[in-house]
Write a protein that binds this ligand. Structure first.
Ligand code: ATP
Ligand code: MG
Ligand code: MG
Ligand code: MG
Length: 568
């Protein structure tokens, strides 16, 4: 590829709606372009990465024995009514009507359609097991689309569906998919972890999530460094609650409003502040009366500014940066209000924040607050406060083989043992050896193709830009000739090297745009190409090229004859 014939469009500054690093860098590197909330055009540079992700997935899926097909985006409502998901899915399911007034869903996944295919195609146990997959556009009308491709409304997913005659077969198919996922994420070159995602006991679990490890991830992962135990926080919590006596919430007179420090408030409320949580106490003064808020922040992110909306009896307040609050990030809208009330609030900063008012809701009497409030039981939106759980670092691992550690991850894949839920409601059966009809055992397996891009960047970047693992990079190697149009020597050597790289199967681009070296290098560092070779007259006279890996602090002189081997 020649840069002059490709489309490169880089920006010095990210648009202001880009909140996290991957979103900012993808916008700046010209990989995506926003069309609407959660809807993006994949620009040529971004699409190159998406195609690489897809190719690796496709190869490993095919190797695992899964068979590719392609199911429609627009799916009749009747199918979705058969399983009840038409009603169950609520507003996240995008619904459209055709000119005859018939209703359709735009697929968020395709269990219904694949089950419909299989119920008409599969007659006998002899045709089993089967695993169908496709890589297709999805639409989910997310409550809060954000972070670019990370939580889009329109996005690409690889979804696979296995069909077996019995439970044992289904578990085998599940294991095959699990192993394929390990191969896929390993080939991506990303640090990842598979975690149990349901509440089952250790070992026998019906669902796992695959997470790319990144400190900015939305999910908390609990694992034991000295054993195989790993679960998402919800699953870990489900195991833990059985073993811990949760104190009953009680309405008690406390001196909370006098407590200025959040630590004091936390102590009074007996809140277990784990290390993943930051707290901020705020005081609002109105008509000489002080009101107190406590914010619990998730993860490493910090709050910058909070605007309180119209709180009855309370003027518009604006909280600005406290000393310890530095970074600006997006925040899940929540409720902020005087203790015991719920008032709308716009939070301009990080993910939520559980507000004291949330877990003391109901304690609306002056000087009265709940003590012993328990997550999940007393908190209205446990999903938002997933970090504030009953499992903390240093707890004993449920397998008794060590202590727990917590890290953050981005959910990029999910495998699930479905059993017969769909096949029963849709009457998808087969005939066994005895000629008896039985429902098919199913599994489903998703990978967030486009989310992988965001996750890879959250894990691999520096102040210059993206650092792609080679397997995902839009180009593996960029050739930067110094004076391509001015120096015959440079041009000749560049063209030769370009041909040699192509012959060696390296995805190479020549920057023949005639930019100044500084601007040229900055572009490729931002875009994140792993290998760069500079071809200049001075070096060539000594028989050398200048090589610099994306993570290298400086360039190395490499003899012309050795360069391809050096990169490979
Ligand atoms: P999340 O918890 O992030 O909302 P999910 O559990 O709803 O994801 P699944 O139904 O398990 O998602 O879908 C399979 C995969 O699709 C997820 O593991 C994720 O990688 C990807 N995915 C889900 N929702 C989105 C989205 N809005 N944008 C991009 N990728 C997504
Ligand atoms: Mg979701
Ligand atoms: Mg999830
Ligand atoms: Mg999931």
């Amino acid at each position: 590829m020649r840069a002059s014939r490709f489309f490169i469009s880089t920006l010095k500054e990210a648009p202001s709606d880009a909140e996290i690093v991957s979103h900012k860098l993808m916008m700046r590197a010209g990989m995506i372009k926003r069309l609407g909330s959660g809807i993006y055009t994949y620009m040529p540079m971004g699409l190159k990465v998406i195609r690489k992700v897809e190719a690796i997935i496709r190869e490993e899926m095919n190797k695992s024995g899964a068979i590719e097909l392609l199911m429609p985006l627009v799916q009749p409502a009747e199918l979705w009514q058969e399983t009840g998901r038409w009603d169950k899915m609520g507003p996240e399911l995008m619904r459209v009507k055709d000119r005859h007034g018939r209703e359709f869903a735009i697929q968020p996944t395709s269990e219904e359609v694949i089950t419909d295919v299989v119920r008409s195609e599969i007659k006998s146990y002899k045709q089993l097991p089967l695993n169908f997959y496709h890589i297709q556009t999805k639409f989910r009308d997310e409550r809060r689309p954000r972070f670019g491709l990370m939580r889009g409304r329109e996005f690409t997913m690889k979804d696979a569906y296995s069909f077996d005659r019995d439970l044992e077969g289904m578990q085998k198919s599940y294991q095959i998919m699990f192993d394929a996922y390990v191969k896929i994420f390993t080939r991506f070159g990303l640090k990842f972890r598979a975690v149990a995602a349901d509440n089952g006991a250790i070992g026998g679990t019906g669902s796992h999530e695959f997470h790319v490890i990144a400190s900015t991830g939305e999910d908390a992962l609990v694992y034991c460094p000295t054993s195989d135990y790993a679960a998402n926080i919800e699953a870990a919590e489900a195991l833990a609650t059985g073993t811990r006596a949760a104190p009953a919430a009680a309405l008690e007179k406390t001196s909370t409003p006098k407590a200025q420090k959040c630590e004091d408030v936390a102590k009074l409320l007996k809140i277990d502040l784990s290390r993943t949580v930051k707290t901020i106490a705020l005081t609002v003064e109105q008509e000489g009366k002080k009101q107190y808020f406590m914010l619990l922040l998730r993860g490493d992110h910090e709050l910058n500014e909070i605007k309180v909306g119209k709180v009855p009896g309370l003027a518009q307040h604006r909280f600005s940066t406290e000393e310890e609050i530095q970074e600006v990030y997006g925040c899940v809208p929540g409720y902020l209000g005087p203790i015991g009330t719920k008032a709308p609030v716009t939070v301009v900063a990080d993910r939520t924040v559980a507000l004291m008012s949330d877990f003391v809701t109901g304690a609306n009497e002056a000087d009265y607050h709940y003590t012993g409030a328990n997550w999940g039981r007393d908190v209205a939106e446990p999903a938002i406060v997933a970090d504030l759980r009953n499992v903390v670092e240093g707890d004993a691992s449920p397998d008794g083989k060590g202590v727990l550690a917590i890290e953050r991850g981005i959910e990029v894949g999910h495998v699930f043992q479905l059993g017969t839920a769909y096949s029963q409601s849709m009457n998808a059966t087969f005939l066994d050896e005895q000629g008896k009809s039985a429902p098919l055992q199913m599994g489903c397996y998703g990978i967030g193709v486009t989310r992988i891009l965001g996750a890879a960047i959250e894990q691999n970047f520096d102040d210059k830009g993206i650092i792609w693992p080679t397997a995902l990079a839009p180009f593996e190697l960029v050739l930067c000739p110094m004076g391509y149009d001015r120096s015959d020597m440079v041009k000749e050597e560049t063209d030769k090297l370009y041909a040699a790289a192509e012959a060696a199967g390296i995805d190479v681009i020549v920057d023949d745009r005639g930019l100044r070296p500084g601007a040229m290098f900055a572009d490729w560092e931002l875009i994140g190409v792993p290998h760069r070779v500079v071809i200049g007259e001075r070096g060539l006279k000594e028989g050398n090229l200048e090589y610099q890996g994306r993570r290298d602090a400086e360039a190395t002189a490499v003899p012309v004859a050795d360069i391809i081997n050096f990169i490979k």
